[in-house]
Design a protein around this ligand. Structure first.
Ligand code: NAD
Length: 494
């Protein structure tokens, strides 16, 4: 959405072309190395029109049992494969993603609704993450080596990983789970969101021959399939990304065999702008970090606290940027923001907007409405005059709506930012980076940025504090989440 937004990189992909490929080659599950059909299907909707764009196979419980049995059977040999060979197979996966970048881009835009240029970046990022993750070394750690003896930690795979993902980034949230889990020597049963199953099923089809049969299984289905995966006694770990409410259910379902859990959950990230910040310099970055992907990013800025001395300037500038954003058909060249991804989320955003209009003191400075038509489009919306205790400030809207909140005392701002059950990300913006970084450490979040917000590094752990999650993804911490540490006591060297 920045002025350097690479819309010009979009290929000339049309919705009709993407749909034609789906008619020619409907998506299927990947189970035990085979592409598998189901008698039952469900409809995938294009959020730009609200119309059905493709049917998708729907897995039964028997399909899941088949996938888990295949994954269990394949795991010992895959776990015994040297990490260098697993790395090579995953690098081929990255190459396959890059080879099919155009097709995957079109599928993401069709099912998710993000503009082609953004979808294209998502595909490239998915490939890059695989390439980077496999550069990490899986090696024993030495904790003691002296006259009393040696203590080492060796890492081994957990077994079968069940991966469950949401709809906001169909590839970037699924591919890292596959890469970490397989690189660590596990096998995988992955279920994408029923709203966005197409791109990942197509990728699984292309990846079918890269791994021994049963190592990677991808099944589409609804929430019930997610629950069956979470409960399944043949699965050893769940890597889940989604809402806090579903995360709680997953945790309860996984208790039967005490599955290991990584939960990457919702966020309501605060950003704090200090009085020595330059609004002219940072306004576009603040806006982008809030409205990217139509505000549907777990670690987007969702509450913006601005010092009173800069407040009106910040509100005015952000509203100006919001009014200039080109919202519309995600396949059209030049579109900067597509629709909200699905009807249920669109309804949530509209109900938060309706509540906002009713709030005394609320000033809707830009947007504030859904667009007419059948697609799920919402105007980029900037709201001033709100404080905590309102839905827009307290809840995660997961849509293109930003409250800008005034503060006068920094300790008060930090206390208000921290007063939340969420704790995914946070940021501090100011001219004095040292001062900003001191304040950053007072914010309760898994990740805190100074003078930027958003962006994960493949080598840096990412995850939530408080109810925003359990465990970490990315980095060695993420990789270790897919392994069991075995502590080995040895006699001293002679
Ligand atoms: P969701 O929780 O509704 O669904 C996520 C997945 O869980 C889907 O595949 C769904 O079918 C499945 N599911 C639903 N019920 C289940 C159950 N009982 N047991 C097991 N699986 C079940 O989330 P969503 O609406 O798809 O995604 C939006 C949410 O995801 C937001 O809260 C967002 O912040 C969060 N998110 C977090 C991160 C992160 O890294 N922390 C990243 C992206 C999105």
């Amino acid at each position: 959405m920045t002025s350097s937004s690479p819309d010009t990189l979009s290929t000339d992909i049309t919705a009709a072309q993407v749909q034609a490929t789906l008619v020619q080659r409907p998506v299927r599950h990947l189970i035990g190395g085979q592409l598998v059909n189901s008698a039952q299907t469900f409809s995938v909707i294009h959020p730009g029109t609200g119309a059905v764009c493709a049917p998708c196979v729907e897995a039964t419980r028997a399909d899941l049992d088949h996938a888990v049995a295949s994954a269990r059977a394949a795991q010992p040999a895959w776990g015994a494969t040297p990490p260098a060979e697993r790395r090579a197979a995953l690098l081929q996966l990255a190459a396959v993603i890059r080879t099919h970048q155009d097709e995957l881009t079109g599928l993401i835009t069709l099912e998710q609704g993000k503009p082609l240029a953004t979808a294209r970046m998502e595909v490239g990022r998915a490939a890059m993450l695989v390439e980077q993750f496999v550069q990490m070394e899986i090696a024993p750690e030495s904790l003691r080596d002296d006259a009393t003896g040696r203590v080492e930690v060796h890492y081994r795979p957990l077994g079968v990983v069940g991966a469950i993902t949401p709809w906001n980034m169909p590839l970037v949230l699924s591919v890292p789970k596959i890469a970490h889990a397989l690189y660590a020597g596990n096998t995988v049963v992955l279920k994408p969101s029923p709203y966005t199953p197409l791109a990942i099923l197509r990728l699984a089809e292309y990846a079918r021959t890269l791994f021994p049969a049963g190592v990677l299984n991808v099944l589409a289905g609804g929430n019930a399939l997610g629950q069956w995966i979470s409960e399944h006694p043949g699965i050893d770990k769940i890597s889940f990304t989604g809402s806090i409410a579903t995360g709680r259910r997953v945790m309860a379902s996984a208790a039967g065999n005490l599955k290991r859990l990584t939960l990457e959950l919702g966020g309501n990230d605060p950003a704090i702008v200090l009085p020595d910040a330059s609004i002219d310099t940072i306004a576009q970055a603040l806006f982008d970090a809030s409205f990217v992907n139509c505000g549907q990013v777990c670690m987007a800025i969702k509450r913006l606290y601005v010092h009173a001395s800069l407040y009106e300037q910040a509100c005015e500038r952000l509203a100006q940027i919001a009014r200039a954003v080109k919202v519309g058909d995600p396949f059209a060249p030049g579109t900067q923001m597509g629709p909200v991804q699905n009807r249920a989320q669109f309804d949530i955003v509209q109900s938060i907007l309706a509540d906002t209009w009713q709030q005394p003191g609320a000033r809707v400075l830009a947007g504030g409405h859904a667009l007419p038509g059948d697609g799920y489009f919402v105007e980029p919306t900037v709201v001033a005059g709100l404080a905590e205790g309102t839905r827009l400030v307290d809840e995660e809207p997961f849509g293109p709506v930003l409250p800008v909140i005034a503060y006068t005392d920094i300790d008060d701002a930090i206390a208000r930012a921290n007063r939340s059950p969420y704790g995914l990300g946070a940021s501090v913006w100011g001219g004095d980076a040292v001062r900003a970084s001191e304040l950053a450490l007072q914010l309760h979040a898994g990740t805190v940025w100074v003078n930027r917000h958003m962006g994960a590094d493949p080598f840096a752990p990412f995850g939530g504090a408080r109810q925003s999650g359990i465990g970490r993804q990315y980095g060695m911490a993420g990789l270790k989440g897919y392994m069991e540490g075995v502590t080995l006591f040895l006699p001293p060297r002679r």
